[in-house]
Design a protein around this ligand. Structure first.
Ligand SMILES: Cc1ncc(COP(=O)(O)O)c(C=O)c1O
Length: 388
């Protein structure tokens, strides 16, 4: 009973064979594999573009798969966090993934600013566990012309709260700020429409809901109004250079007028193999279908946790909002009176969940491979543990 698809997704069928094929091509062709491999390595990343664009609701010229998440966030911040005059603040949600906060702070420093002066973490109201949309909107408007960037997790990793990305983007733009999202917990979990929402930039990883294996390739979205703007500063490398002239090896960078121009290095083929297979599954099933099942699974998990509470008297406090439009599949639950050993007890019973200090378990029923029966059995195991 695997409830940690929000951390590392399970292996899709066909991955092992696809790795073996790539190893064979490498052994057969050596360097010529860049062009002669069955899936030529030279353009391997392009195989992922259509599927990734569909997944996040983007045009194909707005998406590129490259590097990993924090690297990509930093690269995007170099382009989209351009503090000037009094407009220098970065607003983000309470308890963002720490890596993001480190990136924000380092970008402030890169611009000669003190992170303490520009980083603004928006906290929930006293006594509340998640953010209210009205408070987010108010915070953006209050910061007004001091705000350079709003950068939220689409779904917060800790609380599981899904934010209204369309509204946040629109209000950020109203005050003249850029708006971007870390979609680590949103991509493959909830339907996205980044182009339509007018989001400036986004990045995500593919090893969680996207089941593409540990350290698999990251994803980047740059809205086409920026992607086609060759004057917008981006850190440069040869893989972002005009494909027609790349191998003339000239000295001047000529950016491809798409999101691809943010990519600097040649494709990490072995980090992309599983992702191609995974994207095929997502394209075949569709995010809407997955979301429909996901809503039912998570509602059932909520119900089962309530039942466990009733039958055992164990206090379980759901941090994640009750409103299904404000959450993905994950529920984060405070388990009073228990420590990390709870995870071991569950593991002994064949249940995999994860733990966040001081006393939170995160449970993610994933529609591609979790069943209602898994959730029912989880409830029984929890009952046994709490009754003792
Ligand atoms: C929300 C979020 N942001 C960033 C990261 C960091 O990812 P990476 O190690 O791929 O940079 C994670 C990893 O779990 C995450 O959950």
């Amino acid at each position: 009973m695997y409830f940690t698809g929000n951390s590392l997704g399970l292996q899709p069928k066909g991955v092992k064979e696809a790795f073996a094929d790539e190893c064979d091509d490498w052994a057969t062709y050596g360097v010529e594999g860049h062009f002669l491999a069955r899936k030529p390595w030279y353009s391997y990343h392009e195989r992922l573009t259509a599927g990734a664009a569909k997944l996040v609701g983007a045009k194909e010229n707005e998406v590129v798969m490259m590097n990993q998440l924090t690297v990509n966030l930093n690269l995007l911040l170099v382009s989209f966090y351009r503090p000037s005059g009094k407009r220098r603040k970065i607003l983000f949600e309470a308890k963002p993934f720490p890596s993001d906060q480190y990136a924000f702070a380092s970008q402030a420093q890169l611009n000669g600013l003190n992170p303490d002066d520009v980083l603004v973490e928006l906290l929930p109201r006293d006594g509340e566990l998640t953010l209210r949309k009205d408070d987010i909107v108010k915070a953006i408007r209050d910061l007004g012309d001091e705000l350079a960037l709003v950068c939220f997790g689409g779904v917060n990793y800790f609380t599981g709260q899904l934010f209204d990305m369309k509204e946040i983007t629109s209000v950020a733009h109203e005050v003249g700020a850029m708006c971007g999202f870390d979609l680590a917990h949103a991509a493959g979990n909830v339907p996205l429409a980044l182009h339509e929402w007018n989001v400036d930039f986004a990045c995500w990883c593919t090893y969680k809901y996207l089941n593409s294996g540990p350290g698999s390739v990251g994803g980047v979205f740059v809205h086409e109004r920026h992607a086609t703007n060759r004057d917008l500063f981006r850190l440069a490398g040869w893989w972002g250079h005009n494909k027609e002239t790349r191998f003339q090896m000239g000295p001047a960078f000529d950016p491809i007028p798409t999101a691809e121009s943010w990519s600097m290095s040649n494709a990490p083929v072995f980090n992309m193999i599983a992702h191609e297979i995974s994207l095929g599954i997502f394209s075949e099933v569709g995010m809407q279908t997955l979301r429909e099942k996901s809503l039912q699974l998570t509602a059932y998990l909520d119900f089962v946790l309530n039942e466990v509470m009733q039958s055992t008297g164990q206090k379980l406090t759901r941090i994640t909002p009750e409103d299904p439009t404000q959450r993905g599949c994950q529920l984060s639950v405070i388990v009073e009176g228990y420590d990390r050993k709870l995870v071991n007890k569950l593991y002994e019973q064949g249940v995999v969940v994860d733990w966040r200090e001081p006393n939170v378990i995160r449970l993610a029923p994933v529609p591609l491979y979790n069943s209602f029966e898994d959730i029912y059995k989880l409830g029984k195991v929890l009952e046994q543990i709490f009754k003792r």
